[in-house]
Design a protein around this ligand. Sequence first.
Ligand code: MG
Length: 390
Amino acid sequence: MNRKIIHIDLDAFYCAVEELHDPTLRGKAFAVGGKANRGVIVSCSYAARQLGIHSAMPSSRAVRLCPHLIIVSRRHGDYSTKSRQVMEILRSFTPLVEQISIDEAFLDISSLKESGETYARILQKKISDELGLPSSFGVASNKLVAKIATNVGKASQGKNDYPKAIQAVPPGAEAAFLAPLPAEALWGVGPKTAARLEDLSIFTIGDVAKQSNEDLRGHFGKVGPDLVRRARGIDTRKVQTSRVAKSVSKEVTFSRDTTDENKLKETMRWQSKSISKRLKKSNLTGATIKIKIRWSDFTTISRQSTLPQPTNNPDPIFNTAIQLLNKYWKPRRPIRLLGLGISGLQSPPRQLTLWEIPKYDNQSNLQAAVNELRKRYGDQSIRKARDLDF
Ligand SMILES: [Mg+2]
């Protein structure tokens, strides 16, 4: 079965973020980087690239090359916030997202219905509409070709503005797509290897693809056959989702030790909701509910119970937590800290696709409708009557 892999690369990410803060930078030759003596250019606008400025260039040299170059210093916090927001948009389509740098990621959307190109367009528009950031995409049956496709797409666009490219390589066309590109475009071929390939009159990826495994093994050892395989557009690496949290938990230390049952219950209700929200955001469910109680003398107990079915809804989490509390808490024994957590996390077995209406049983049907309302109109749009303050 052909996989559908998308590679996304935000266009001149740092510059694009700076432009959001200062729209007067739009279209100008500017760069983000250190202004001081030994500063280095981190990212530069497409107008600056036209003048020969590139990232990793010492700022002093950049200014000598282009005296009117505007150098903006970095706003780190902001970049990572924006990056996180982009990744959240990607993860709202599939949990199979592998972030490879602050502005690059792979998505495996094989289980989704529409073509990779369609999703790339939707994502590009969403990232632009919601975050104001330009992005480029490569779509192919594997990571290697998708990433190269992004670069090819970017290079084929006009040079004065953000490329906002979408380049798709249909399954079966991988080798033909790669063939005319310089060997250096291949993953694993640095300048040194490229020079050695040139000595062998191997210039393009197509030239590499024509080599026999044995020939290249003779010249490059065991990486030789790897190069041949990649040059033919073959790459079986999976999209590696970033380390998934093993548990989600919330702890509350009371300002004063408490024996108030209502207060304990309300705390657990809040914890359940907050945990549920976190799980839903990462499209995860969990099965083992654990509570932690620290008594006033600082001794601590943890007790857990496993649900028959994994969940990410607040009610089953809350109900199980209350059962555990009732079982292990003797009323009037003061509690200093109350923790609630869920582990045994997993992705739900079936991903919802954009245009599919999932079949729900009644209870989750209700919950799904509630989630939808909250997503559209905010958390407070629909609440249980018992949560209302009178
Ligand atoms: Mg980028």
